[in-house]
Design a binder for this molecule. Sequence first.
Ligand code: GDP
Length: 484
Amino acid sequence: DLSFLHPRAAHCDRLYGGLLVDGFNEESCHSRYQSAMYRRNPGRRPSPYLISKLRRHEALQRRCGPGTAAYSHALEQLRSGKSAASPECAYVVSISYRGIGNRILAAASAFLYAVLTDRALLIDPSNEMDDLFCEPFPNTTWLLPPGFPLADYTNFSVDTAASYGNMVRNKVIIRSDDGVAAADVPTPAFAYVHLNYDATIEDNSFFCGGDQRLLRRIQWLVMRTDSYIVPGLFLVPEFQEELDMLFPERDAVFHHLGRYLFHPNNHVWGLVTRYYDTYLASARQRVGIQVRVFGGLPDSPELLEQITTCTHKAGLLPQVLAAGEPTLPASRAKSKAVLVTSLKSWYHEKLKSMYWEHATATGEVVSVHQPSHEEYQRSGARSHEHKAWAEIYLLSLTDVLVTSGRSTFGYVAQGLAGVRPWVLYKPANSSAVPDPPCGRDVSMEPCFHKPPGHDCRLKQWADPSKDVPYIQHCDDAIWGLKLV
Ligand code: GDP
């Protein structure tokens, strides 16, 4: 019984309003049914349609997943190189690369695409993706098993001949305006979908309706993205009606997908809960500050000042008094615990000293904590990945968040938390503190950093944020798009 944690925990809904399905073995994954007890913010309610669609998709994953007859048939088809006429099951394999934030957003994007197109999702286990999460679907696995026939799929790039973009350009598959391939051109058994930052116009025609009708005939898709392509899926006319029903609140798409899919495994959950219970649980309020810095850069007094100015102006943390100023009696009832995450320890040390060496103007008691400082990004190293995931999750358990602009690490935390963060804008000139130092994000959704800029019908450059009311440019990446 963990109801002592929060007053709200007593009424907590461990299944998040039906988002999660009951009946999983609890020992195999403690976080799945315990995480709601650690959240003060219960978050948004999933729509009944989303819940029923998830249950149907779980059945599809069981019917088509590794170990089934349908899966063996599909592998044979893939080896043969020809698409089956009406295959029992179709698949999307999501490549896992770059940092954990990128990988989580890629997996969530591929999942939503799988749901929209009735494909089973399989996750590339590279970069420890097989050692961070619990299985999201009951009685099956979402991990791509070893021995996949496309042996070098993790090296697929913009130049891969079997990419959808290259096959269209080289007329290996023929697009007609209604999306029906010419009858004499056989449909390949698989296509590589390159939706990376360096995607070409042809790659990005993935976001066009006619191309989606063509892609539907290809049994295996292997997808690479380093971003959150979901706003792009909202631009595909074929998906719009379904997306409206799944997500009547369009600013909570990743919030639901993230809470549904990504449960820390027992090892990571141990890291999360021991830290939370020791340093964060007893404070009246938890403030998360994500300081995204890069290994080789020197510690920046300007960034430190940006953080302190932001937290004061936004009313998240109190100002400190100069020596000799009259102090208020310190009040433990008004305690705040600050969770700093960063590759470097300097920002945390400075904040911590500031609140030790000076009294706060409000009498609030401020404690400052940082779980790790790994110094350099080491994607794929096991204990490094465990810590990174634990820290994202800990940030998502805080009550208010300050994040670093353009960081997928922060996007995942804010979505799981269900909060709109204060975003530290990247200054144009790193020797000056930006004014304002931060701003409140318009929604908790991640930003799609490199969206398609090409209008499918007009066949020219276009800005979707001009026509679609629920899609805006991102404050932290003006060329990006996000759902609001
Ligand atoms: P992004 O590069 O900011 O979009 O975020 P990613 O998560 O995709 O990549 C950054 C990677 O650097 C993480 O996955 C971690 O490996 C590492 N990293 C960055 N910031 C932190 C941090 O605050 N804590 C830890 N433990 N690792 C971090």
